[in-house]
Write a protein that binds this ligand. Structure first.
Ligand code: SF4
Length: 358
């Protein structure tokens, strides 16, 4: 018999379940602490509950947890993890250590329904959304790895792994609620960044929901003509719509938006491109992260030269726009930005689609 995932229940629902099992409702608080603060993996760990209650819980509920399927450590210290989900699907997360911060990059979907032409995840069809507890578990596990390897806790979380977070809105919001709750991981919302390929309607929703975390837009080109070609989502969410949504978000939340701009040699790294980028930034309170491109297998693009990167940054700064260069990390283990795609999985998908087309 399939038992209920107890972590999908609210505290009130756990109280109600306890009452129907003939147990005192006040035990819900203890169970809740074990589930979210102490990260228990089994009911037997809940040492302050009577044995009879622990047995009843084990008969009626399960605690599903994601597990580590693979772990690779880059020569620069970046650690890429493959996570096995409840149903055997796999997503990836990355720990990026730096002197001043420990950042976890996590996934929100199995595969992705958007097909950005510079991204390895685009080769994996979207299979499903992650549940909020799967999102939470990635952070809890990466935090543990950060402590084990670097004796430091996670300081930052970015939703820049596999999938489009705003297409899994409720689980992302609920996951962040658990990650930031005092009776969860207790992380500060301002240390969390949700990065979107640009879904104007959902950016409006974030603003209306008055979220406290940061928002990043994967911009990558500042004209519709160029953006359409590398990000199909731009055909339905063009730059005018995104600009309007970002201004709305800033007006409501007071949060400055980060614009991510991956530098593609000969495509979006020329003078005319930075001129357009400055025009876009003039209307949107923002800062720009210039990201070094990491070539992917069979990819169309090459990384921009160091000179092109610096020329871009200087031009932005001359126009009073804050700009940072984000160097590639974990490139040797395919953990860098845009490279997340479980290779074995991608090969299996390809073999599958070839078989179907025969
Ligand atoms: S960049 Fe993000 S939204 Fe685009 S295909 Fe990759 S994972 Fe999906």
């Amino acid at each position: 018999m399939q038992t209920k995932n107890i972590r999908h229940l609210s505290r009130e629902e756990i109280s109600a379940e306890l009452t129907s099992l003939g147990e005192p409702a006040f035990r819900a608080k203890q169970i809740w602490q074990w589930l979210w603060e102490k990260n228990a993996s089994g009911f037997e760990e809940m040492s302050n509950l009577p044995k009879g209650l622990r047995d009843k819980l084990a008969e009626n509920f399960s605690i599903f947890k994601i597990t580590i399927q693979s772990k690779q450590v880059s020569s620069d210290g970046t650690i890429k993890l493959g996570f096995t989900l409840y149903d055997g699907e796999i997503v990836e997360g990355v720990l990026i250590p730096a002197d001043d911060r420990m950042t976890a990059c996590i996934s929100s979907q199995v595969g992705c329904s958007l097909s950005c032409s510079f991204c390895a995840t685009a080769s994996l069809p979207r299979k499903r959304n992650l549940y909020f507890d799967e999102i939470y578990d990635q952070v809890a596990i990466i935090n543990k790895i950060a402590l084990e390897h670097y004796s430091k806790k996670l300081s930052n979380i970015v939703f820049m792994g596999m999938g489009e977070p705003l297409l899994n809105y409720s689980n992302v919001i609920k996951g962040i609620e658990r990650i930031t709750a005092d009776d969860g991981l207790g992380m500060a919302p301002k240390r969390i960044t949700v990065s979107t390929a640009g879904i104007a309607k959902m950016i409006h929703k974030l603003a209306d929901d008055d979220v406290k975390f940061n928002l990043a837009l994967s911009l990558h080109a500042a004209t519709d003509e160029k953006r359409d070609k590398i990000m199909a989502i731009n055909e339905t969410n063009n730059l005018a719509a995104l600009k309007e949504a970002l201004i709305y978000f800033h007006d409501k939340t007071g949060t400055r938006i980060t614009l991510e701009y991956v530098m593609l040699s000969g495509y979006n790294d020329m003078k005319e491109d930075v001129v357009e980028l400055v025009k876009f930034c003039r209307n949107v309170p923002s800062k720009v992260n210039l990201i070094e491109y990491n070539p992917i297998e069979n990819g169309l693009f090459k990384k921009s030269s160091g000179n092109a990167l610096h020329r871009f940054k200087d031009y932005l700064e001359d126009n009073h726009i804050i700009a940072n260069i984000r160097r590639s990390r974990g490139e040797d283990i395919d953990a860098a930005c845009g490279q997340l795609a479980n290779k074995e999985l991608a090969k299996a998908e390809l073999a599958d689609s070839l078989a179907q087309s025969k």
